[in-house]
Design a binder for this molecule. Structure first.
Ligand code: AMP
Ligand code: GLY
Length: 423
C-alpha cells in the first residue's frame, strides 16, 4: 500500500523508519519530512495543517493510509475532514477524530473523562474568570507544590508547578489573563502527585487495543532533571520499575477503562494512545493523555517493536485489532537528543552538522534539520536523536554516547545522564 506520514520531527523519522521496514509498503511519503526521512522515503512539501493540500496529494498519489504524527492536525479535526468525504471512504487515517482528540486538546475534557470512567488521576478543579475565588480556595486547601495547567494546547509549555501559594494565586490570574493565550482561558488546578513518571503507549481501534513497549523520557534541559522543560532530551525503553505487577495495574486500572470509555462514548478513535503516568508508591496515576506517540519516546519505542507496525495500524483502521499480538524486541533501546545551545530558550540555527555518516552502531533520527546545498544544517532546538540497542538500557545509552563522539555542530548540547534515576 501507499502510506503518507505527516510531520517533520524525530518522532516522524522514527515512525517512517519502522514503517519502511514493512513488506506491505509500496510507496512511502512524508509531508513535509526532513533530510533524515528523505533518505528512506519521499518528502513532499506540504504542511500537515493544510488539509486541502494533504487531500490533493492523497488523491494524486493514491495514498491508502495517512499516519498523523503530531497532535495539532488531530485536534483540528483532520480525521473528521477525511471521514466526511465519501471519496475517502477507503482511506485509513491513523488518529482520533476531533472529539476524541480532546483527550489531549483539553485538560478539563480529559479530567472529566477520567472521573467518569474511574481512572486514577490527581484531584482537580477547573477555573475560569467566573470562579477565581473558588480556585484560590482550592490552592489554599491542597498541599504544595501547586500544579496549574492551561486547558488547551500550549506547545508543551502550559503547565506550571509552583511552590509558593501567593505566587500560585498570581500565576492563576496571569494564566486566565492570557499568559498562554486562549489555551489558558480555562485553567485546571491539580493535586501534586509525588512519584516517578513513565510513558505507556497503545494502538486502539476504538474498542480493542494492543500495548507497545513502555518508555521513560527526560524533559528537563539540565543534568539531574533540573532547569527548564524541553520537548524531551532522551528516552529509554524498557523502564526497570515497570515490572509485571505494575504493568498489570496499569492495564487493569488505566488502559482497559480508558479504551472501554472511548468505546462507550462512541468515539471514532483509530490510532495511538499515549498514557503519561506517575508511579506513586507502586500505584499508577494518569498525568495526561496524548493522542499521538511521544517524542523522544518513539525514537526508542520503534526500535523495540518487532511486529509489522503497518499490519497493526491497518488492523486499527479496519477495526479488527482484537486478538492481535505485538512482538517486542528483547533488547533494550535508548535515545539521546542533541540540541542547539540555548534551547529551550533562544538558539541559533543553520549550523552545519558533521559526522552523521560515521555513526555505524546507532540510528540517527533527524529532529530539527534542513538541507542547505549538500550540507545538513540545524533548523530547530532539538536537532538529532541518537538511538541505539543494547542488552540493557545502560548498554544502549553507552552506545548512543559513543556514537555522539562522531557528530558535531556549533554549540551542540546534550545531557550526559539520561537514565541516571533508573540505576
Ligand atoms: P503535562 O503537560 O500534563 O504532561 O505536564 C507536564 C509535566 O508536569 C508532567 O510531565 C509532570 O512532570 C508534571 N506534572 C503534571 N501534572 C502533575 C501532577 N498532578 N503532579 C505532579 N507533576 C505533574
Ligand atoms: N515526550 C512527551 C511528549 O511527547 O509529549
Amino acid at each position: 500500500m501507499n502510506i503518507l506520514v505527516l510531520g517533520s520531527g524525530g518522532r516522524e523519522h522514527a515512525l517512517t523508519w519502522k514503517i519502511a521496514s514493512s513488506p506491505k509498503v509500496d510507496r512511502l511519503y512524508v509531508a513535509p519530512g526532513n533530510p533524515g526521512t528523505s533518505a528512506i522515503a519521499e518528502n513532499v512539501a506540504i504542511k500537515p495543517d493544510n488539509f486541502d493540500a494533504v487531500a490533493d496529494f492523497v488523491r494524486k498519489a493514491n495514498i491508502n493510509m495517512v499516519v498523523v504524527g503530531p497532535e495539532d492536525p488531530l485536534v483540528r479535526g483532520i480525521v473528521d475532514y477525511f471521514n466526511t468525504k465519501p471519496e475517502f471512504a477507503d482511506l485509513m487515517v491513523i488518529g482520533p477524530d476531533k472529539l476524541s482528540a480532546q483527550l489531549e486538546g483539553s485538560k478539563e475534557f480529559a479530567k472529566m473523562f477520567m472521573q467518569k470512567y474511574g481512572i486514577p488521576t490527581a484531584g482537580y478543579l477547573s477555573v475560569t474568570a467566573e470562579n477565581i475565588a473558588e480556585g484560590e480556595k482550592f490552592l489554599e486547601y491542597v498541599n504544595p507544590p501547586y500544579v496549574l495547567k492551561a486547558d488547551g494546547l500550549a506547545a508543551g509549555k502550559g503547565v506550571l508547578i509552583i511552590d509558593n501559594l501567593d505566587e500560585a494565586k498570581s500565576e492563576l490570574k496571569n494564566m486566565l489573563g492570557g499568559k498562554f493565550g486562549s489555551a489558558g482561558s480555562k485553567v485546571v488546578l491539580e493535586q501534586y502527585l509525588d512519584g516517578i513518571e513513565c510513558s505507556v503507549f497503545a494502538i486502539t481501534d476504538g474498542k480493542s487495543y494492543v500495548l507497545l513497549p513502555e518508555a521513560k523520557d527526560y524533559k528537563r534541559i539540565g543534568e539531574g532533571n533540573t532547569g527548564l522543560n524541553t520537548g524531551g532530551m532522551g528516552s529509554v525503553s524498557p523502564v526497570p520499575f515497570y515490572d509485571a505487577d505494575f504493568a498489570q495495574k496499569v492495564e487493569e486500572r488505566i488502559v482497559k477503562p480508558t479504551i472501554d470509555g472511548i468505546c462507550s462514548e462512541g468515539m471514532n478513535y483509530r490510532g495511538f494512545v499515549f498514557f503519561g503516568l506517575m508511579n506513586v508508591n507502586g500505584d499508577p496515576y494518569v498525568i495526561e493523555y496524548n493522542v499521538r506517540m511521544g517524542d523522544p519516546e518513539t525514537e526508542s519505542v520503534m526500535l523495540r517493536i518487532k511486529s509489522d507496525l503497518v499490519e497493526l495500524l491497518e488492523a486499527a483502521a479496519r477495526r479488527r485489532l482484537a486478538g492481535m499480538k505485538v512482538e517486542f524486541d528483547t533488547r533494550a533501546a535508548a535515545t539521546v537528543m542533541l540540541v542547539s545551545g540555548g534551547y529551550p530558550e533562544a538558539y541559533e540555527k543553520g549550523k552545519v552538522i558533521r559526522g552523521l555518516d560515521a555513526v555505524k552502531s546507532s540510528v540517527c533520527f533527524h529532529a530539527g534539520t534542513l538541507l542547505a546545498g549538500s550540507d545538513v544544517v540545524t533548523s530547530g532546538g532539538r536537532v538529532i536523536a541518537v538511538s541505539s540497542y543494547g542488552n540493557t538500557i545502560f548498554d544502549a545509552l553507552g552506545t548512543s554516547y559513543a556514537s555522539i563522539e562522531n557528530i558535531s555542530f556549533d554549540k551542540c548540547y546534550y545531557r550526559t545522564d539520561i537514565g541516571f534515576d533508573l540505576k
